[in-house]
Design a protein around this ligand. Structure first.
Ligand SMILES: *Cc1c(COP(=O)(O)O)cnc(C)c1O
Length: 413
C-alpha cells in the first residue's frame, strides 16, 4: 500500500486550528517518520510550540518562563497619536504619555521607556559615561540572569569600570577615592534584586552616595514604584519591606533610576529610565535610543497600567490583584476545587526579585507527578512538582480559571 500523499494527509487533519502550511509540515514529519497515522499528533506538537496563554499554578508570581507579570491588553486597530501632538497638530514625542505618567507616579522630572531594564542600563551608561570611568561596588558586579552581567554591560557601553570596595563591604570613602584617584565620572548602584549577601556586610546608601557630587544612577531592577504602596488596600505587605521604591530612591538623591516594567510594576515588558530631565534628554538624544525605544502597543499598555496606579486601583493590575488576594479567600478557592488535599503554601515573587521572601498562600496537593497531564490541557496548566507530589498554588491563578483547574485536576486522579 502506498503512503498517503502529504496533501491528503494534511487535509485529513484540517479540523486542527492551524494554517495549511503548518498542517503540511505535520503531515511531512509524520510520513518521514514512517508513521502517517501520527500526523495529528505532529500537528498538536506544532500547535503547542506556538506562543499562547497558560495557567500559572506554580505560586511564582513573576515566572520568567511564563512571561513574568500576568498581563492582558487589547487595543483598537486604529492609528494612534504615538508621536503626534493633538493640541498643536505638530509632531509629538513618544515620551509624552506613558513616560510622563510614570514620572508623575514616582516624582521624577522626566522618564523614558525602552525595551527592558537591560536596555535602560546600557543606554544610561552609553549616554552618560562613554570613555569615562564608572564606579561600582564589587558587591554589585552581578549577573541578573539571561546574560545581563554588570561588568559586560559597562564595557559594551564604552565606559571604563572602576571597581570599588570589596565583595561584602563598600564604604563611602571607597567611592570618594574612585572619584579622586581613578577619575570616576558616574556612580552606578545596582540593587541586589536576585541575591542577598548576609553576615559581615556594609553597603553605601543612595543618600551617602549623593553627597559625592557626581551623577548617581541606580539600577533598581524590579521596579516597585513607591514604598507607600497606596494602590493596595492594606499598604505595603511584609515580604516587600526591604524593597526600595523608585520614588524613595530619587528622593534620597539618585539622579536617575532604571527598572523593569514586567516585574513588581506588573506591566508589559519594558524598561524605564527616570529622573533628572537634563540626563534624560542626553539619553533620548543618544543613537541607541532609536534602537531601544518601546513600541506603541507597549506604551499604550504601560499607560493603562500607570493610570491604574494613579487611580490607586491595585486590583486593575493582575500582579497586584494576586498579591492582595486575602489568604482566607485563597483557602476557600482551593477547597472549592473539590480535589486533592488542602495545603498551606508559600508563593514567591520570582523573576529575580526578592529572593527568600515568602508570600503566604493556599493550594492543593495531589499524590504523583501530574505535570505532563496538566501541561496537556488547553490552556496548559503549569504546576509545581515536589517529591512525587503535584502542588497547585492558588495565589498565581486568576479566579476565572478555577473551574478549568478543577476539571483538569479531576482528570489526574
Ligand atoms: C531584572 C533586572 C535587570 C534586567 O531587567 P530586564 O527588564 O529583564 O532587562 C537589570 N537589573 C536588575 C537589578 C534587575 O533586577
Amino acid at each position: 500500500m502506498h503512503p498517503p500523499s502529504v496533501d491528503a494527509l494534511a487535509r485529513s487533519i484540517s479540523d486542527i486550528d492551524l494554517p495549511q502550511p503548518l498542517l503540511v509540515d505535520a503531515a511531512r514529519l509524520a510520513i518521514a517518520s514512517g508513521d502517517p497515522e501520527s500526523a495529528r499528533q505532529q500537528a498538536e506538537l506544532l500547535y503547542r510550540s506556538l506562543l499562547g496563554p497558560t495557567i500559572n499554578a506554580t505560586g511564582v508570581l513573576l515566572h520568567t518562563n511564563l512571561g513574568r507579570a500576568q498581563f492582558g491588553y487589547s487595543q483598537s486597530p486604529r492609528a494612534t497619536n504615538l508621536e503626534f501632538d493633538l493640541i498643536s497638530g505638530k509632531r509629538g514625542s513618544r515620551s509624552e504619555h506613558a513616560g510622563k505618567l510614570i514620572a508623575k507616579l514616582i516624582g521624577a522630572e522626566s522618564a523614558i521607556v525602552v525595551n527592558n531594564c537591560a536596555a535602560a542600563v546600557t543606554l544610561v551608561l552609553a549616554a552618560l559615561a562613554t570613555d569615562k570611568g564608572v564606579a561600582v561596588s564589587r558587591g554589585e558586579l552581578v549577573e541578573i540572569g539571561g546574560g545581563f552581567r554588570v561588568p559586560e554591560i559597562i564595557s559594551q557601553s564604552g565606559a571604563r569600570l572602576i571597581e570599588v570596595g570589596t565583595t561584602n563591604r563598600t564604604r563611602l570613602q571607597d567611592y570618594a577615592s574612585a572619584k579622586e584617584i581613578y577619575d570616576a565620572a558616574l556612580l552606578l548602584k545596582v540593587h541586589p534584586a536576585n541575591y542577598r549577601i548576609t553576615g559581615f556586610t556594609e553597603e553605601t546608601s543612595v543618600q551617602q552616595l549623593a553627597t559625592l557630587d557626581l551623577p548617581l544612577v541606580v539600577d533598581l531592577g524590579s521596579g516597585l514604584l513607591d514604598e507607600a504602596c497606596s494602590w493596595l488596600r492594606d499598604g505595603k505587605p511584609d515580604w516587600l519591606k526591604e524593597e526600595p521604591g523608585a520614588r524613595q530612591t530619587l528622593q534620597a538623591g539618585a539622579d536617575l533610576v532604571m527598572f523593569s516594567c514586567d516585574k513588581l510594576l506588573g506591566g508589559p515588558q519594558a524598561g524605564i529610565i527616570a529622573g533628572r530631565s537634563d540626563l534624560i534628554a542626553a539619553c533620548s538624544a543618544h543613537p541607541l535610543m532609536r534602537a531601544f525605544r518601546a513600541g506603541g502597543l507597549i506604551l499604550s499598555a504601560l499607560q493603562e497600567t500607570a493610570i491604574a496606579y494613579l487611580r490607586r486601583d491595585g486590583d486593575a493590575i493582575p500582579f497586584w490583584k494576586m498579591v492582595q488576594t486575602p489568604l482566607d479567600e485563597l483557602e476557600k478557592r482551593a477547597n472549592a476545587l473539590e480535589v486533592g488535599t488542602l495545603l498551606a503554601t508559600n508563593a514567591v515573587a520570582g523573576g529575580g526579585a526578592l529572593p527568600g521572601a515568602k508570600i503566604p498562600s493556599f493550594g492543593v496537593m495531589l499524590q504523583g507527578d501530574h505535570a505532563a497531564t496538566l501541561r496537556a490541557q488547553n490552556p496548559p496548566i503549569i504546576a509545581r512538582v515536589n517529591e512525587n507530589t503535584t502542588i497547585i498554588d492558588m495565589r498565581t491563578i486568576s479566579e476565572e480559571d478555577d473551574s478549568l483547574v478543577s476539571q483538569a485536576l479531576k482528570k489526574c486522579i
